[in-house]
Structure formats: structure tokens, C-alpha cells
Design a binder for this molecule. Structure first.
Ligand code: NAP
Ligand code: HSE
Length: 428
């Protein structure tokens, strides 16, 4: 900080980078009264100078050389909004080692390498903030780390991917099939050209790993998260779910149980009365259960230029205040426990299952006895319809250990009277 000004370098000028530029411009007049200091963008690192210059930013700030940022001692805050693993990882580490504070929106990196980055920040006594990495504009990292610090948090459940929530909403409200809803999401710009990370649940898995680490004070990484996407969900499953008073949502679920942490992402039936069930379109929400606060829910825009920039600039302002008061580095890694993470087979859930079976006496009894033999208790068993020689049945189980459910499934798959297992969806 020099002359009551803090200098910022922006790495990347895509959706979020441009949003950060715009929000900082909009806040210009209020910075001094708000922060006691002014913020200035000193450099913007891009790949393509010509492309970046066409975006309406001050062309004099643009560079395509990392050295122009890392060797500039006047830069106090580096804002990484390039995304992905490299070169973002190297840039962040070099910036922290050079004594600069870092703000990022990079969930890919934090979900895998959060510990390395936070250790580097601790060593240099600098801030490393990443509010935008989970649920875009919704404040959730800071509330978990600070506002809810007085709680033992037992559960964090989130709709943390807007693209899949939009698709499931269209499938529910307009009876679309998955491919049609995905095409609409792509057309409207919600889904990326390659939607794999969203529809296969990987984006949500990264976010739930970050949430679980903070909520339970124990490191959870992307590879610890059991992940299933929404590509197999059909409008028929959604219709049956509705008949049972449930919505189908892609949920990131993290639970702190006495036997260890359960962490997973998958589509789930959720009771319509639960606040998450009415979170629709591309909105996100995170439901948190703490022993002191009880149930809380955080709702809003999980992505987009300005909502995400809102979170990034909030972090920049926090760093700026810490620089002014000479107290950077005081909010650090909060993973001071080393809790066991449960294996997938140990996770407990209820299940919805849809099967096509031969329509003749004794078949339903055979199916129920398979469940009974594997310690799977049935909550509901409904014959939905007949089609030729086949009957469609829907089973909802009580809470069951995944291992026992899978054993039943393997057995059922090998029974000639069972023609198809059309759907298996967990129930929240
Ligand atoms: P984006 O639109 O693809 O922007 C990334 C920018 O970084 C692009 O302009 C790209 O340049 C630039 N870039 C790539 N490699 C570079 C390099 N080596 N040096 C300098 N610039 C480089 O991505 P985004 O949507 O803004 O996302 C940025 C980060 O925010 C990601 O970590 C993402 O996960 C996170 N995030 C995004 C959202 C959202 O709503 N978009 C929400 C929450 C979090 P080119 O234009 O030349 O490719
Ligand atoms: N692709 C994400 C979503 C936004 O659909 O929610 C970026 O995290």
C-alpha cells in the first residue's frame, strides 16, 4: 500500500474477470469511506491482448507476461480468475511466496490442492480468500468459517450447480426429457459447450469437498466425493417422485457422523416440504445444520458475471481492510481435525427404485424376499402400470447401508423374471 492506494492485479478477463472489473468501477466512489483506502487495478494478465482490449477495459493495463505481475512490488492483491489447475496453481503459489495476498474463484484448484495453497498463505502471513469458489454470489465460505464458527455442524446439503438445477426444473415443470432440457440450457447459455463437469456432477463435487472441509474442520478433497450425475434421470422418474410428494434435485451432501464424514453428490428425491425442494431454475442454495443455530439456508445466484464478481470483490475488500489494519493472514486454514471419510459402501441412504418385471404370481414376493435377505427394509412398494406381459413396480426402501442395497441390486439383476432395472435414485 502506497499513498493510501492498494494495487490489484487481475489474472484472466473472462466472465468473472470482466465482472470484477465492472464491480470495482461501480464501487470506485465509495471505496475510501468504506475501506479507508482506494483500490486500483494495476495490471490485467490475459492471453490475447487484442481480444481483451475489445472488452472495453483500459488497454494500458493489459499484459500477457506473468513477470509483469510477479516482479511488480507495488501489487498487493492478485485476483486469480483464469480457472483450472495450471498455470493458476503456479501463479497463486508464486504470488503468495512473493508476499502478495490472493483472491480466487477457482474451485477446481481448491478442491484438490486447498491445503498446499493455504499452507503457503500461512507461511507468508497473507490472505488467501475464495468465497466465489462455491455457489458464486451466495455468501457461504465466510459464514461457515466465521459467522457459524460457534457451531458443531452436522450437515451441509446444497444445490450447488445451476446448470443441472435448471435442467431438472425444466424436466419437472415442462415434462422435458434430459436431452431436450440440456439443449435448452445450452441455447440459453447456462450450460457450457462441454457440459460434462456440470451434468456428471463433477462441478458440484468440487464445491461440496470445499464446503465439507470448512464445515467439519477436516480436509475433504475432490477424490473423496462419491459422484453421480443426472444423465440417467427421466421425466417418468420425476413424475413418480412428484406423486410421492417429492422433487428430484442434484444434491451435494456432506454429513459429519460419529463413524466419519459422508460426502457425495447425486440426484435425490427430496420431500417437497424441505426448503431445498423449491429452489428452482439456475438458483443455488446451501442448507446448513448446526448444533447451536439449528437449520439455516443460504440462497441466490450461484454463477454469472456480476453475482460471482460480487463475491470476489467482497473478498478483495476484506483483504484491503486487513492490509489497512496490518492483519493479513489472520483467517487461515480451519482444518484442525483429521476425521475419517467413510467409504461409499458405508454411506446410509434411502432408495427409490423402478423396475420392469414379469406380470405373474410370485414375482413381487420374490423381489421383496431379495431385499429381506440383504437386510433392506421396504418403506413403500407400488405397482405403477402394466405394459404387455410386464409390470412396472416402484420400491422405496428405509435407510440402508449402500453395501446391502448393492448386494440386493446385484441379485435382482440376475433374476430372469426382472426384465429391467429402470432407475435407482437415492432419497434424502
Ligand atoms: P472464463 O470465462 O473462461 O475466463 C477465463 C479467462 O482466463 C479467459 O478470458 C481466458 O482467456 C483467460 N486465461 C486462460 N488462460 C490464461 C493464462 N494462461 N493467462 C491469462 N489469462 C488466461 O472463465 P470464468 O467463467 O470467468 O471463470 C473463472 C474462474 O471463476 C474459474 O475458476 C471458475 O470455476 C470460477 N467461477 C466461475 C463462475 C461463473 O459464473 N462463470 C462462477 C463461480 C466460479 P481466453 O479468453 O483467451 O481463453
Ligand atoms: N457451471 C456452474 C453451474 C457455474 O452451472 O452452476 C460455475 O461454478
Amino acid at each position: 500500500m502506497k499513498d493510501n492506494k492498494i494495487q490489484i492485479a487481475l489474472l484472466g478477463l473472462g466472465t468473472v474477470g470482466l465482472g470484477v472489473y465492472k464491480v470495482l468501477e461501480k464501487q470506485k466512489e465509495e471505496m475510501l469511506p468504506k475501506l479507508g483506502v482506494e483500490l486500483e487495478i494495476r495490471k490485467i494478465l490475459v492471453r490475447d491482448l487484442k481480444k481483451a482490449a475489445s472488452k472495453g477495459v483500459d488497454a494500458g493495463l493489459l499484459t500477457n507476461h506473468w513477470e509483469d505481475v510477479i516482479r511488480d512490488d507495488a501489487i498487493d492483491i492478485v485476483v486469480e480468475v483464469i480457472g483450472g489447475m495450471e498455470p493458476a496453481r503456479t501463479y497463486i503459489l508464486e504470488a503468495l511466496q512473493a508476499g502478495k495476498n490472493v483472491v480466487t474463484a477457482n474451485k477446481d484448484l481448491i478442491a484438490v490442492d486447498g491445503k498446499v495453497l493455504m499452507d503457503a498463505a500461512k507461511q507468508s502471513g497473507k490472505d488467501f480468500f475464495f468465497e466465489a469458489s462455491v455457489a458464486g454470489g451466495i455468501p457461504i465460505i465466510r459464514p461457515l468459517k466465521q459467522s457459524l464458527e460457534a457451531n458443531h455442524i452436522s450437515e451441509v446439503v446444497g444445490i450447488i450447480n445451476g446448470t443441472t438445477n435448471f435442467i431438472l426444473t425444466k424436466m419437472t415443470e415442462e415434462n422435458m426429457e434430459f436431452s431436450e432440457a440440456l439443449a435448452l440450457a445450452t441455447h440459453l447459455g447456462y450450460a457450457e459447450a462441454d457440459p460434462t463437469a456440470d451434468i456428471d456432477g463433477l462441478d458440484a463435487a468440487r464445491k461440496v469437498a470445499i464446503l465439507a472441509s470448512i464445515a467439519f474442520n477436516s480436509r475433504v478433497t475432490f477424490e473423496d466425493v462419491y459422484t453421480e450425475g443426472i444423465t440417467k434421470i427421466t421425466s417418468r422418474d420425476i413424475r413418480y417422485a412428484r406423486e410421492m410428494g417429492c422433487a428430484v434435485k442434484l444434491l451435494g451432501v456432506a454429513r459429519n457422523t460419529p463413524e466419519g464424514i459422508e460426502v457425495s453428490v447425486h440426484p435425490m428425491l427430496i420431500d417437497s416440504d424441505h426448503p431445498l425442494a423449491s429452489v428452482n431454475d439456475s438458483f443455488n442454495a446451501v442448507f446448513v445444520r448446526g448444533d447451536a443455530v439449528g437449520d439455516t439456508m443460504f440462497y441466490g445466484r450461484g454463477a454469472g458475471e456480476l453475482p460471482t464478481a460480487s463475491a470476489v470483490v467482497g473478498d478483495i475488500f476484506d483483504v484491503a481492510k486487513n492490509i489497512v489494519f496490518n492483519c493479513t493472514g489472520h483467517v487461515n486454514c480451519t482444518c484442525y481435525k483429521n476425521l475419517r471419510i467413510k467409504k461409499r459402501e458405508e454411506i446410509v441412504s434411502r432408495y427409490f427404485m423402478r423396475l420392469q418385471v414379469e406380470d405373474r404370481p410370485g414375482v413381487l414376493a420374490a423381489v421383496t424376499s431379495v431385499f429381506g435377505d440383504n437386510n433392506v427394509s421396504i418403506e413403500q412398494f407400488i405397482q405403477k402400470r402394466k405394459k404387455g406381459t410386464l409390470a412396472e413396480i416402484v420400491v422405496i426402501t428405509e435407510e440402508v447401508i449402500e453395501r446391502n442395497f448393492n448386494d440386493s441390486l446385484e441379485h435382482l439383476k440376475n433374476m430372469p423374471m426382472i426384465k429391467e432395472i429402470s432407475a435407482v435414485i437415492r432419497v434424502y
